[in-house]
Write a protein that binds this ligand. Sequence first.
Ligand code: SAH
Length: 410
Amino acid sequence: MKKVFLNIISNIAPMLNKSIKLKPTKERSLQRFHPWVFSGAIKSISPGVEDGDVVTVLNNKERLLGKAHYSSGSIAARMLSFEHEPIDQKFWDDRIKAAFSVRKRIGLIDSKDTNIFRLVHAEGDHLPGLVIDYYNGTAIIQCHSIGMHKSIEQICEALKNCTDGLVRSIYNKSSETLPKEYAKEMENAYMHGESSSEMEGLENGNHFYVNWITGQKTGFFIDQRENRKLIAHYSRNKTVLNTFCYSGGFTIYALAAGAKQVDSLDSSQKAMDLVEKNVAYYPDLAARHNCITADAMDFIKNLNSDYDIIVLDPPAFAKHRDAKHKAVQGYKRLNARAIEQIKPGGLIFTFSCSQVVDKELFKNTIAAAAIVAKRKIRILHQLHQPADHPINMFHPESEYLKGLVIQVDQ
Ligand code: SAH
């Protein structure tokens, strides 16, 4: 009797809360744990639901599918849970603890030579719309959904209480990642503690200055950590061109590994100032380094190259599905030029961080670029994002960083 009563309650309760109901069959992707619901899948929304609310997600027969953050955009709901659990402080604590324990397992929490890493990687940590990067004591939060932003106080509490004292200050840098209209009066600010915005950190023993207030994204491109290690392996006595270099991650590793010469290039003067500063930290490296502020494509086009290694790490050429074709053309042109110009036997470290360009498409694009350049290439390494950017198996889009190390034979 009691069981029947509980069943009735658990079936009715969701209908009393804020909820969204899906059209028939539209729950299929959720049954495969894909965490997004597109607006076209929604049959009805209960009264009073606003952007950013936590809603109960029901199928067409009112069966409960989980809890989500509602949004009025094309991704209408981002799943927080596939169960009927309250989204309360305990929920946030548990999710942050789980993310923390993954970083501990990877070895990042106790590492002596790396104190820059990603602590929360959105869907990859079952927290769609939330990115948290960690810089030597400070956590930088970027909310990509209004729902996450409305939950930020609880996220902050979880960061303070569930990370073994690792997080000493918290900076909210969401004004540029939230929908423009919602964020128009928002300012980025510290939510806990405060620290000098220019931080000094270590990545695999290499020293970097990072400024999360003035820098791009959260201040540093953490996702290239392992790939930078690989360039060090090939750089001894080599001449390297690091294009789209931002703060010079690949540059420092290559120089420290004994590169003969590294030229760093970015179109942003601010980025180039930062590279110069990062190189200057190591006075004995500066003599082998050169800064170039220029458009990468223009520079490579006119290059009469004797580079042994070229790095191509452009920003995402396509942020949306409809820009995919143009993006592919962009990657093809850029890579064709680099393949054309590099020394015989040279290596190209080429990347794409566009979510909509998958591994296979990227590989095919590089093959097409080699055909345009009329040169033979082979793949030595296939690269990807590191383990602190975990991939949610049910959300292929969370596998966003792809890279190839190609050797250009003749
Ligand atoms: N490789 C970097 C991250 C690259 S982010 C690292 O390891 O940290 C992409 C960079 O490309 C940004 O710094 C941006 O300023 C630069 N950029 C964007 N468009 C460019 C262009 N047309 N030419 C050169 N640099 C460009």
